[in-house]
Ligand binder design. Structure first.
Ligand SMILES: C[S@@+](CC[C@H](N)C(=O)[O-])C[C@H]1O[C@@H](n2cnc3c(N)ncnc32)[C@H](O)[C@@H]1O
Length: 289
């Protein structure tokens, strides 16, 4: 299938998706996830205004975890941990005996400017590392379920090579280029259970985003697909058409063969990604002159 229009797959609103997969949520005001968002998803615009970035991915991921009860979750692209802590909270609330691995290239002991709402309700920015922030501000019981791994998300199969259990839920939210997300998918597919569920952020038609192409052209023949409209009510975020996509939401057995990390195509995609990065660095260098 070569469709490049999300409407062909009928995007549904995020609240509708939540009601479908986790009907028990009714009555929840998501205040617990709002507290996590205030710590891990606050951003500052150039004009100084603070805002929570894409809040609904938290309830959406939480609901999915409550519904499918994964024992092993793998997140590609940790950021500051909003997705990871929402999923860990779902495991805790749902009594799921599980563990979450999250991979990012930024070392967890590297300090950078972190925007968050402090204990007195003030928006603040602190120069702090992920290790320090998580330990200081987020519950120990949730920290205990999360294992951070530093590295390239395209090498997730190597980073988790010592793990005995296959991954049941993968959240891909790292490199949004076609080469990058395709490598991420092949890497994680090689260590995933045959009934694994794959969630993709940034299913966008924006220039430079390759998630839609990968899913529409290579995955939708094998997996059921739910496209989710994240309902960004404020014009803060990167793309007006901000969407997420879930492949195999029913967690059924899918015995599809995809490129594995030992195949030539994987190495070819790695080489293309490397060349693209070199070209971008060169253009930046020339522009600075
Ligand atoms: C949008 S953020 C992730 C947000 C997070 N999933 C959440 O829900 O809060 C994307 C992250 O991907 C990381 N990233 C991008 N490309 C990467 C790569 N090839 N390998 C490792 N990390 C990467 C960036 O460092 C960044 O922290």
């Amino acid at each position: 299938m070569s469709l490049n229009d999300a409407n062909n797959f009928g995007a549904i609103k995020v609240q509708e998706f939540i009601s479908e997969v986790f009907p028990e949520h009714s009555g929840r005001d998501w205040s617990d996830l709002t507290e996590i968002a205030k710590l891990t998803a606050l951003r500052q615009e150039k004009n100084g205004q603070f805002y929570i970035s894409n809040f609904w991915r938290g309830p959406m991921l939480y609901s999915l975890v409550r519904a499918i009860k994964p024992r092993r979750i793998l997140e590609l692209g940790t950021g500051r941990g909003y997705g990871a802590f929402c999923m860990a909270k779902a495991m805790e609330d749902g009594g799921i005996d599980g563990k979450l691995f999250t991979v990012d290239r930024t070392p967890s002991n590297k300090a950078y400017d972190w925007a968050y709402v402090d204990a007195s309700g003030e928006n603040t920015i602190e120069n702090i590392s992920l290790d320090q922030f998580w330990k200081r501000h987020l519950p120990e019981s949730l920290n205990a379920r999360i294992e951070f791994k530093q590295g390239d998300t395209a090498a997730s199969h190597e980073l988790l090579s010592n793990e005995k259990e296959a991954v049941d839920l993968v959240f891909i939210d790292s490199d949004h280029t076609y080469n990058g997300v395709t490598l991420d998918f092949f890497s994680t597919h090689s260590i995933a259970a045959s009934n694994a569920v794959f969630v993709f952020d940034d299913y966008s038609a924006a220039r430079g985003y390759g998630i839609r192409k990968l899913i529409n052209e290579e995955l939708s023949d094998f997996y059921s697909l739910k496209v989710i409209d994240m309902e960004l009510t404020e014009a803060h975020d990167i793309a007006v058409d901000h969407m997420m996509a879930v492949c195999n939401v029913e967690a059924t057995e899918v015995n599809a063969e995809f490129t594995s990390p030992s195949d030539l195509r994987f190495k070819y995609l790695l080489a293309r990604r490397w060349l693209r990065r070199q070209a971008i660095s060169l253009v930046r260098l020339l522009r600075r002159r």
